[in-house]
Ligand binder design. Sequence first.
Ligand code: GLU
Ligand code: ZN
Length: 304
Amino acid sequence: MSENPITTPYRGRFAPSPTGPLHFGSLIAAVASYLEAQQQQGAWLVRMEDVDELRNVSGAADDILFTLDAYGFEWDGEVMYQTRRKQAYAEAMDKLVDQHLVYRCTCSRRELRENAIMGDYGLIYPGFCEHKDHPAHKEHALRLRTSQQPHEFNDQIMGLFGQNLKQDIGDFIIRRRDGLFAYQLAVVVDDAFQNISHIVRGFDLLDSTPRQIYLQQCLAYPAIEYAHLPIAINAKGDKLSKQTGARGIGKKPDVAMLVDSLKFLGQQPPDNLARASLPTVWQWALENWKLDAVPRQPKILHRD
Ligand code: GLU
Ligand code: ZN
């Protein structure tokens, strides 16, 4: 008999894009997803989201893994790389095509900038190509037909959030014009493949979540719980990221920075913890972590 063994109920993950070294913003997502998974006695996986090959920086993936390891994060199983998952994405795409949910789009960025309405989450795709039936030889992106139905979910930190995908986003790209699969498709296929039950990540991805839930439903994947964390911004109001020039967190573990990330996440470490050893910090964090204490605030200023 080969029934499934008891599966871990909680499976979380950290999914960095290898576009540069880890910085304070990504440390926050790593710390929170890790502590929550540990506290739930679950698994914690690391996935390299290198699906957007044009943005990958050579050496960054190894650099991130080295840093995570140096800080004392322990992940379960092998690190998954999206660049090795194209077959799985193509199969998921076929399932969507079979359901007549996909169509070819030849609109250029410029055409959309000039003709589409700017919504709360970016340009809303107006469905220009929906009935055009462009031939396959014309260079095209593939879009997923959305619905008018509201897609709502209850975020563990931010509370109820929903979108009407057709009105708020429009039919969205699942394979780009350059042939690369879109993040939205890849992340959903991978989370399902890795049996992820809980996603803890930055607030900047909150507005992608209804698209991802919709894709899960189209592909008949199980539902996932979400917790979106406040993101760290600089004085100009930009998200701390590689693009805005946030400092890398360095390859040697910086205990004070780790303690700072706990404070940022609303935890209340004692003052002397910033001078303690790395294992002491983790021990305190594991014993005292409270997801409930994370501020329900989209953005928090952080001196970088
Ligand atoms: N790879 C994404 C990023 O680094 C995170 C995606 C996710 O957590 O779903 O922003
Ligand atoms: Zn189009």
